[in-house]
Design a protein around this ligand. Structure first.
Ligand SMILES: Nc1ncnc2c1ncn2[C@@H]1O[C@H](COP(=O)(O)OP(=O)(O)OP(=O)(O)O)[C@@H](O)[C@H]1O
Ligand SMILES: Cc1ncc(CO)c(N)n1
Length: 277
């Protein structure tokens, strides 16, 4: 039998999207495209298509923790990320398990906390009690937190409307304890570019990018966070991983495709077969 070494590994602690555009589906495709073996701790099953989310069933918190325990104790986790975390109980169970396996600050494994709060069409993906658990448990353990501007508003009350507001947003999230914060600018619709901001308390790095005139951006945030996680699993520094992730998500938005009757996904195929559809 042929034997070779295992590739880098990454874990997503996230929900499923039956439409295949966002959540753990987008994460696994991105891990694949980045040459990383992807693993999942499923937190919730959503009933979802390109129009919206019509249902969400939570996986029991102890089953979420058991999935993390199972893969971390056997396979090993090179880097981990979160998506939908559903509830305070799930956050507590997942973070207890991450603590047991050295995932996050203080441990060996980089941990990206994407505080997904709502779907692109506005349906909540997080119970209100989970906001405090994100602040209390998840952010202090995060190597990198990656909120969009709606999540910044929910978590801090800051209503960022221009590029000049992003540093204040980054500082407010940084106060919750993550090592680095990435503020995503996709929702600054009046800005002709998509310039995101990376901040670690002292250093701030602008990540320039074009803004494409497409409405098909479902899953953009998930793809960005997973491309970063894949690079961290390969040993990149946070600034290098985020610069690489920005290139990956920008190309994915450039190749976004229509699907169904609503909002289509960004394309994670561009590296494998660009514009082949
Ligand atoms: N129209 C666009 N053209 C180019 N880049 C974009 C566009 N929209 C978003 N991006 C980029 O995609 C990444 C994700 O940003 P965004 O702020 O949309 O995150 P999000 O709201 O979490 O995503 P999602 O659409 O999955 O909810 C960022 O790097 C952002 O700058
Ligand atoms: C399951 C899931 N995770 C994340 C998002 C946000 O992109 C979504 N719409 N659905």
């Amino acid at each position: 039998m042929h034997e070779s070494t295992a590739p880098p590994t990454a874990l997503t602690i996230a929900g499923s999207d039956s439409g295949g555009s966002a959540g753990m589906h987008a994460d696994l495709r991105t891990f694949f495209a980045c040459g990383v073996h992807g693993m999942t701790a499923v937190t919730a099953v959503t009933v979802q298509n390109t129009v919206g989310v019509t249902g969400l069933v939570e996986i029991p918190p102890e089953t979420v923790a058991a999935q993390i325990d199972a893969v971390a104790s056997d396979i090993g986790v090179g880097a981990a990320k979160t998506g939908v975390l559903a509830s305070a109980a799930t956050i507590d169970a997942a973070l207890d398990s991450c603590d047991r396996h050295g995932i996050g600050r203080g441990g060996r494994t980089p941990f990206v906390v994407d505080p997904v709060a709502a779907s692109r069409s506005g349906e909540p993906l997080l119970r209100p009690d989970a906001l405090d658990a994100l602040r209390r448990r998840a952010f202090p353990r995060a190597t990198l937190a990656t909120p969009n501007l709606d999540e910044v508003r929910l978590l801090t009350g800051i209503d960022a409307r221009t590029r000049g507001d992003l540093l204040d947003a980054a500082k407010a999230i940084h106060d919750f304890g993550p090592e680095w914060v990435l503020i995503k600018s996709g929702h600054l619709l009046d800005d002709p570019e998509c310039v995101d901001l990376l901040f670690n308390g002292t250093e701030s790095i602008e990540l320039p990018g074009p803004r494409y005139a497409t409405e098909h951006t479902h899953g953009a945030g998930d793809v960005f966070a997973s491309a970063i996680t894949a690079a961290l699993a390969k040993g990149a520094s946070v600034p290098d991983a985020v610069r690489g992730g920005k290139r990956f998500v920008t190309r994915s938005v450039a190749d976004a495709y229509p699907l169904g009757s609503g909002v289509g996904p960004v394309s994670t195929f561009w590296r494998v077969s660009p514009r082949s559809y």
